[in-house]
Design a protein. Structure first.
Length: 179
């Protein structure tokens, strides 16, 4: 609630909203409701341009925030006055640090099996004595064993940025992404 109160006060303090001798586009009660709830219920005779001007935004933003593909709105429709999502903090984004200078080639393999996924191939490679398991950086699934057709599964080798085990050449294993 404290954040909503601050947002309301910041909005109210903007010169375009309230000026000495000027008119307020909304009553204080409506302004408070609009800022706190961040939505507007369309009334008869209203259009996106009118609503955008009233809330000091653009038609483009209203369409983006509400998933509208045209300017058509109907009475009773609820229009969001702000984005319904927040940016993720960088600490929540889990991406490996990629050494772009290291990777020079992409080697694509075909497993020649009717079914499988990264977990199954990883187990098979471990049974063959590969200490890091799955020899590939990525596996493209074929729609079997609970994986969707075309789904790209990321292997531990990619996450750890270690060499592949997909070909006999150590040079290619060291500088090639295996799929």
């Amino acid at each position: 609630m404290e954040e909503s109160r601050r947002h309301f006060l910041r909005t109210l303090a903007k010169p375009a909203v309230l000026t000495v001798g000027g008119l307020m586009a909304l009553s204080p009660r409506n302004m408070l409701a609009a800022v706190l709830n961040r939505h507007h219920v369309v009334r008869k005779g209203e259009n996106l341009t009118l609503i955008a001007k009233r809330y000091r935004t653009t038609v483009i933003n209203l369409k983006l925030w509400n998933g509208l593909t045209s300017d058509v709105i109907i009475p009773g429709q609820r229009i969001s006055l702000s984005a319904q999502y927040k940016s993720l903090p960088l600490t929540t984004i889990n991406r490996p640090k990629i050494n772009t200078a290291k990777w020079k080639n992409v080697i694509a393999h075909h497993s020649a099996t009717k079914n499988g996924n990264a977990k199954i191939v990883d187990a098979a490679h471990r049974r063959r004595g590969m200490e890091n398991g799955l020899a590939y950086h990525f596996v493209i699934c074929n729609g079997t064993n609970g994986s969707h057709d075309g789904k790209v599964e990321v292997g531990a080798r990619w996450l750890r940025q270690i060499k592949g085990g997909h070909v006999k050449s150590e040079t290619y294993n060291a500088n090639s992404i295996g799929i």
